[in-house]
Design a protein. Structure first.
Length: 273
């Protein structure tokens, strides 16, 4: 809680807190807002003969005060952090993506992401992030095409790319939203900002004329609108990030299960017939 840290005079960007310091300031009051767990207690429960010491810092280089060998658990900035730790004097800096990239005694593995994106599947088992997804999505597309006569794009998705506004928790704990997708889902949408165009280019037209002018504008738009006034206010994102977030919000791994999500009409727009 940032407000509580402010009240305690703690600078979260520079201060390093041992567990005793943390408990002195906050006790056992703070638990994860969704799971109700005290994660310091959870991590320490994994210790063997009390061999885990918890120290909290946002400056990753603080780890080097305690050990020259560092395991980087960060997901999206992992490459930079490993480089910077080595530059700061670490003897070893490896990430979760460096572990289980090959099978060990017949175990599962992920050559691209290692342990990143894995989930607990039991007391002593992990379910790894999906691999070999490209041939899978291609085979699904081919089979669906044979059954329906339609061209259907297919993707494998995990966490959506969004932040929860209540708990302030970043949902994307996977290395990527989609580890495999068909070619039609590559790239970003290129869209005009309809409100901007209506207010600035089509002001004064009646409703019918405005609608037709918008359709013509959409049909004649450039494939790349980055930096163009007509796209001001749009937020370009990768198609797989948009669609994966949509699917994650609809499905999930709780009571709803993890079904196949069928998205229809996503590429239609105001000018579609």
């Amino acid at each position: 809680d940032v407000d509580e840290m402010d009240a305690a005079g703690i600078n979260p960007y520079t201060d390093v807190l041992a567990e005793a310091d943390y408990r002195r300031h906050f006790g056992h009051r703070f638990k994860h807002p969704f799971t109700g767990l005290d994660y310091i207690d959870l991590y320490k429960s994994l210790a063997v003969d009390g061999n885990i010491e918890v120290v909290m810092a946002n400056d990753y280089r603080a780890a080097l005060r305690f050990a020259p060998h560092v395991l980087v658990a960060n997901i999206h900035d992992r490459a930079r952090l490993k480089r910077q730790l080595l530059k700061a004097g670490a003897k070893t800096a490896i990430g979760l993506d460096d572990l289980l990239t090959k099978p060990v005694q017949g175990s599962g593995f992920n050559p691209d992401y290692g342990l990143l994106g894995s989930n607990q599947a039991g007391e002593a088992r992990l379910k790894l992030f999906p691999r070999d997804c490209r041939p899978f999505v291609e085979s699904v597309r081919q089979r669906l095409g044979e059954l329906t006569g339609r061209k259907i794009e297919v993707m494998v998705y995990g966490d959506g790319a969004f932040k929860d506004p209540q708990g302030k928790i970043w949902e994307l704990a996977d290395p990527v939203v989609s580890p495999g997708f068909t070619d039609g889902l590559s790239g970003m949408p290129s869209e005009i900002k309809m409100k901007y165009v209506v207010d600035n280019e089509l002001a004064g037209l009646d409703q019918t004329a405005t609608a037709e002018a918008l359709r013509q504008k959409i049909r004649g738009k450039s494939a790349d609108l980055i930096g163009k006034e007509a796209s001001l206010g749009t937020t370009p994102r990768q198609l797989t990030d948009l669609l994966g977030s949509l699917c994650d919000l609809i499905s999930g791994s709780g009571d709803k299960g993890t079904p196949i999500i069928l998205v229809q009409g996503y590429f239609d727009n105001f000018a579609s017939d």
